[in-house]
Design a protein around this ligand. Structure first.
Ligand code: ADP
Length: 390
């Protein structure tokens, strides 16, 4: 092992984190536990100054100069969001700054088209897909019978949380097509959606958490609740872990790689998409696992021994989203009632303003019985409301 790791504890070395949202905030909580010196580049002036970091810079994450100037004095840089100027990361790496995830891997991952091609070329299972430049090419492919209904159109870049994804079932729905560069996949008959959080350090040590099961609100691509561990056969969970391990190795990523899978009706695993950073599907590891996903990411990027991914207690996680019809200064209705329940862990991200469906926090409910945790999480969902102050 290089001496870089321990020097983070024994000398003042700088860990740069690009992005100042909730993932950055929780990453900083782990960094603070070890008193790691941190510098954050964030785009959002409203909430980021509240971040508990040693140095803060405000700037456009897509702009070469702001990312390059931010990174110049850092020893190691990591990200909490993929939409970052990649040329600046390549330059910083060339000049000796350690960048995790590696800019080459990030470049592939942040474009869903390149990501899908990489998976296919390397033999990883994915839904069938075709790349298109605009909607007219899609219409022609339908006419030529190269593309059949139903299918799913995804923007190659800038999509997240279901934005930039359109499910097209029939001719009548073609009006919803987006006129942009996209990946078009055949629609999978999904039995379960699971994710595996894999981690790796420079030594090539790899560790995976148990599979997480994600349930989405029907019709909208919005996470309803997440259960941990997933209620799937061990053999399937192990197969998913093996795929995630070989993918993190192939991409030579240090830190986390979150791999989202579809399980189809015949129990085939298909990779939906990957993220080289902490992820919404790993928040429950804070209370449920020996090592949280945030600490594990730090271990990976600082080249420290990976932590145990052992399950301490099962859990169910729900996001706290802004209520529909509420925009303005935030108010958490009935939060005291929820805090009174055993095993309820409430995380508030500190965003001052709520708006419909904005992620304002999350709640993890731990319980030795997963069905009981689910029952309580559902009650919290009905009870704890993120509204605006009247
Ligand atoms: P995002 O990056 O915005 O989260 P995803 O690619 O994960 O977008 O798609 C969002 C959701 O849309 C998935 O969780 C899944 O429920 C549905 N979906 C995406 N691709 C397919 C597909 N090929 N077949 C069926 N459903 C899909």
């Amino acid at each position: 092992m290089t001496d870089m790791n321990s020097s983070f504890f024994n000398k003042r070395k700088i860990l740069g984190i690009i992005g100042g949202g909730q993932l950055g905030k929780m990453l900083l909580q782990s960094a603070n536990t070890w008193n790691i010196y941190t510098r954050v580049l964030a785009a959002d002036k409203e909430n980021s100054p509240l971040l508990n970091c040693n140095e803060f810079q405000f700037g456009n994450l897509q702009d070469f100069d702001s990312v390059y100037n931010f990174g110049k004095g850092c020893d190691v840089i990591t990200i909490e969001i993929e939409h970052v100027n990649i040329e600046a990361l390549h330059r910083l790496k060339k000049e000796g700054v350690i960048v995790h995830p590696d800019p080459n891997a990030l470049q592939i991952i942040k474009d869903k088209g390149l990501q899908k091609q990489f998976l296919k070329e390397n033999g990883f299972p994915t839904p069938d897909f075709i790349l298109f430049t605009n909607e007219y090419e899609i219409l022609k492919a339908i006419k030529d019978e190269v593309l059949r209904f139903p299918f799913v159109q995804k923007s190659r870049t800038d999509g997240y949380d279901g934005r930039g994804v359109k499910v097209i079932e029939s001719i009548g729905e073609l009006k919803y097509l987006m006129n942009l560069a996209s990946v078009v996949e055949s629609k999978v008959n999904i039995k379960n959606e699971i994710s595996i959080i894999a981690s790796r350090n420079t030594q090539g040590e790899i560790a995976c958490y148990d599979a997480v099961e994600m349930n989405f609100v029907k019709g909208v691509n919005m996470l309803d609740l997440l259960s941990y561990p997933a209620n799937i056969k061990n053999s399937l969970a192990n197969e998913a872990k093996e795929l995630a391990s070989s993918l993190i190795e192939k991409l030579e990523i240090c830190g986390l790689l979150v791999v989202e899978f579809f399980v189809d009706m015949d129990n085939n695993l298909l990779i939906n998409e990957v993220a080289p950073r902490p992820h919404n599907s790993g928040h429950q590891t804070i209370e449920s696992s020996d090592t949280s996903q945030f600490e594990q990411h730090m271990r990976g990027v600082l080249n420290l021994p990976l932590g145990s991914t052992a399950l301490k207690i099962p859990s169910v996680m729900i996001n706290l989203l802004g209520e529909e019809g509420h925009t303005g200064d935030v108010c958490y209705e009935n939060i005291e009632k929820c805090l009174a329940l055993e095993g309820v862990h409430i995380h508030i991200y500190g965003k001052n303003q709520t708006k419909p469906f904005r992620k304002m926090g999350h709640v993890t409910v731990t319980n030795s019985s997963l069905p009981e945790a689910k029952k309580r999480a559902q009650w919290i969902k009905k009870t704890l409301k993120v509204i605006s102050q009247s």
